[in-house]
Write a protein that binds this ligand. Structure first.
Ligand SMILES: *Cc1c(COP(=O)(O)O)cnc(C)c1O
Length: 397
């Protein structure tokens, strides 16, 4: 059994705060303080350029890829890290499209995070007018899989409601009609077990600053299934994805397998912080994590529904169809969230009316859930949200 009291003690959690926003930005792993300062002093400071070899900086993108790969059911050697998730979405979809040159449609759903759709729009624009991004309701994806579809690009868990797609069934359906799949695991990696290899997913991407706790600006990851590893063409053909970057050839030749999805110089300071976060994950069994996450979410839903009749559940009621977050509709959700934050309960708000709460067993326990319900109930019962200062919108919500 995973010792969640032990994992909780590995994070810096500010006094008096209940942090239900690890689905947006995970908290600081305490060991990252020393890891990063030592790296700055001993590696950047003392080794300077020799750190690329001596401190193993150049191996970090693939090393981290393998550690993340264990959490998402990837085969070793088929995940690499770097860049941002938006960039990785672009790379994955571009490579997937090139595997189905005779088809012109990318299928996605309107529960997807906008940047995924924006990146594909930009990509398709550069490819010519016969390409199309087709966006349907999440429930309609399966029926929209026709022989026009080159790529099915879906985010497994809806960032607003927590609704979870059936990766296995949809991947099978996509393959049955000849499409390639790109799965975005932004709200999956570190939220519950993912089985990329078992589901026969083709490409997957995700970020490491949400459930994985790599810190703001932590690198993204990309998975390419072994069967596509040597066929996938990198659209962003940067020098570190070259077969021999230090030959400085003028011609581009893709590197081995997923290494060709590397682009430029990796962010070593961020990667060092992410390594500290991955040390925590080494102590976690993902099945324990899922069981605990469901318990916490269920306790929150039943507490809120019992005490706050004005809040309407926006997430699926069946835990199997949810990720690791719970959302409620409330007309004055923005103000109510500001009131909650002023009392130390940190969730977030997503337009138009969604109050969103992430549950992360690594550092949230039953007592936190009970305390959060109590504070939320007090705010709702006494309309404490109904104050002008809670209605002023900040730049980041
Ligand atoms: C968080 C998130 C992103 C963010 O992309 P960045 O490039 O890291 O800013 C993209 N897609 C999804 C589905 C997300 O949840």
């Amino acid at each position: 059994m995973t010792d969640f009291a032990a994992t909780k003690s590995m994070f810096h959690l500010p006094e008096g705060m209940i942090y239900l926003d690890g689905n947006s930005l995970g908290p600081l792993p305490i060991s990252a303080n020393d890891r990063v300062s030592n790296m700055l002093r001993d590696e950047w400071g003392d080794m300077l350029i020799t750190g690329w070899n001596k401190a193993g900086w150049m191996a970090k993108p693939m090393g981290l890829g393998d550690r993340i790969g264990k959490l998402i059911g990837a085969e070793p050697g088929h995940v690499t890290t770097g860049d941002t998730l938006s960039i990785k979405v672009y790379q994955a979809v571009a490579a997937a499209l090139a595997l189905r040159p005779e088809r012109k449609v990318v299928l996605s759903d309107n529960g997807n995070f906008p940047t995924d759709l924006y990146m594909v729009t930009g990509l398709l624009k550069s490819m010519g007018s016969d390409y199309e991004l087709r966006v349907v309701d999440p429930e309609a994806v399966q029926d929209a899989l026709t022989d026009e579809v080159a790529v099915m690009m879906l985010t497994e868990v809806d960032y607003r409601t927590g609704r979870k797609h059936d990766m296995r069934a949809l991947t099978q359906a996509a393959h049955a009609c000849g499409a390639i799949t790109v799965w975005d695991l932004a709200h999956s990696a570190g939220a519950f077990p993912v089985d990329l290899a078992g589901c026969e997913a083709d490409f997957a991407v995700g970020c490491t600053y949400k459930y994985l706790n790599g810190g703001p600006g932590a690198p993204a990851f990309i998975y390419v299934a072994p069967r596509h590893a040597e066929a996938a063409q990198p659209a962003l053909s940067g020098w570190l994805g070259h077969e021999a970057p230090f030959a400085f050839d003028l011609d581009y030749r893709p590197g081995q397998g997923v290494e060709r999805m590397r682009v430029g110089t990796p962010p070593i300071i961020q990667m060092t912080a992410l390594e500290a976060a991955m040390d925590v994950w080494d102590t976690v069994d993902l099945n324990d994590l899922r069981a605990k996450s469901i318990e916490l979410c269920e306790a929150f839903i039943s507490g809120v529904e019992a005490r706050c009749p004005d809040l309407v559940l926006a997430s699926p009621r069946d835990p199997q169809q949810r990720g690791s977050q719970v959302s409620f509709h409330f007309q004055e959700g923005y103000a109510a969230m500001q009131a909650l934050i002023s009392r130390g309960v940190i969730g977030d708000f997503r337009a138009p009316d969604i109050m969103r709460f992430g549950f992360t067993p690594l550092y949230i326990d039953e007592a936190d859930v009970a305390a959060a319900v109590e504070i939320l109930a007090e705010i709702m019962e006494n309309r404490l949200w109904d104050r002008p200062e809670f209605k002023v919108r900040a730049a980041v919500t």
